[in-house]
Design a binder for this molecule. Structure first.
Ligand code: UDP
Ligand code: MG
Length: 313
């Protein structure tokens, strides 16, 4: 996979790009001086995730000016998680730092990352202390996602931590041992563990371009996050079912006894309808949850690659 034969760098930045023509120049303008300041050899791996704008041209042009850039061009849009996975697979540095190109991950943190790494940490997380740049809906949904996830799954995903972090080669090797091809990176990162520390920052607004995550995409990401790390949604039906049948048994006994003692009274249309509709709904939800998992098992069982690389520069 590593066809590049320049010497192995110390730092690998991995940046997935989807329709980012406007920010790439800005990004490099900010990041390059900081990397030069740090004074270690580096590579910046841009993964072009099937952009529909001039991202690829902008990247190729930027590479003319800085030979430390590497470009992985995916054959189509595979989504951020897959693009990031691709970039990680190509990274050759001793430390690897996934980073968004929209400058929402402040480049100034790179120095703190390296400092913490030099103290001996294998994972340095960047924790947002202030999300005022995000919409209220996003903040709220994120909050509840972490809450629910913490309840349901056995891995603890640190709250308000994105993909922006430093990991060492050792951690990356561990990540790559996880064979799933639908990769919920936040969860996978947390699952592997290692000696971890946190640096805090304030998340800025996107510098240019627009977010490609709408509510529906975020919802699906959340589902992915929960189903790939927890089977609680599957097992809850056992308990709910038991509860409902227990209730039904007692209610049934009550009706039978009442009928035996007082005889048949007028038919209870309302209660029958309520029971049928309620139980029908509950069963459909249960089947839906099964479907979520079976669908994922089906996709996973195909063993398709997570991404396809068209070419590499
Ligand atoms: N991205 C990607 N493929 C996609 C969507 C997004 O590679 O299908 C990249 C995007 O270029 C950016 C990063 O993932 O570098 C984060 O995306 P965005 O800023 O849109 O997400 P947000 O910050 O709003 O969560
Ligand atoms: Mg962003």
């Amino acid at each position: 996979m590593q066809t590049n034969n320049t010497p192995q760098p110390v730092i690998s930045l991995v940046c997935p790009c989807y329709n980012e023509e406007e920010v790439i120049a800005l990004f490099l303008q900010e990041v390059e001086p900081i990397l030069n300041d740090i004074g270690k050899s580096y590579e910046i791996i841009f993964v072009n995730d099937g952009s529909r704008d001039a991202t690829m041209e902008v990247l190729l042009d930027a590479k003319q000016h800085n030979p430390c850039l590497r470009i992985i061009n995916l054959s189509r849009n595979f989504g951020k998680e897959a693009a990031l996975t691709a970039g990680l697979d190509y990274a050759r540095g001793e430390v690897i730092i996934p980073m968004d190109v929209d400058l929402q991950d402040p480049p100034s943190l790179l120095k703190s990352f390296i400092k913490e790494w030099e103290k001996g940490y294998d994972v340095v997380l960047a924790k947002r202390v202030d999300r005022s740049s995000d919409s209220r809906a996003k903040i709220l949904s994120a909050k509840y996602f972490y809450k629910i996830h913490k309840r349901l799954a056995h891995v603890d995903i640190p709250e308000n931590v994105g993909d922006y972090r430093l990991i060492t080669k050792k951690v990356l090797t561990a990540l790559q041992q996880l064979p799933e091809n639908q990769r919920f990176m936040k969860g996978i990162f947390a699952w592997v563990g290692f000696k971890t520390t946190v640096v805090e920052y304030k998340r800025d607004k996107r510098q240019a371009g627009s977010t490609s995550f709408n509510a529906w995409k975020l919802w699906n990401l959340a589902l992915e996050g929960i189903t790939s790390f927890s089977t609680v949604p599957l097992r809850v039906w056992l308990y709910l079912g038991t509860l409902i049948s227990t209730f039904a048994f007692f209610y049934g006994s009550f009706i039978v006894i009442k009928t035996v003692i007082f005889g048949v009274d007028s038919p209870g249309y309302a209660s029958i309808m309520t029971a049928i509709l309620f139980l029908g709904g509950v069963q459909l939800i249960g089947i839906g949850v099964l479907g979520e998992y079976i669908g994922r098992m089906y996709m996973e069982s195909k063993r398709r690659p997570t991404y396809i690389v068209e070419d590499e520069y």
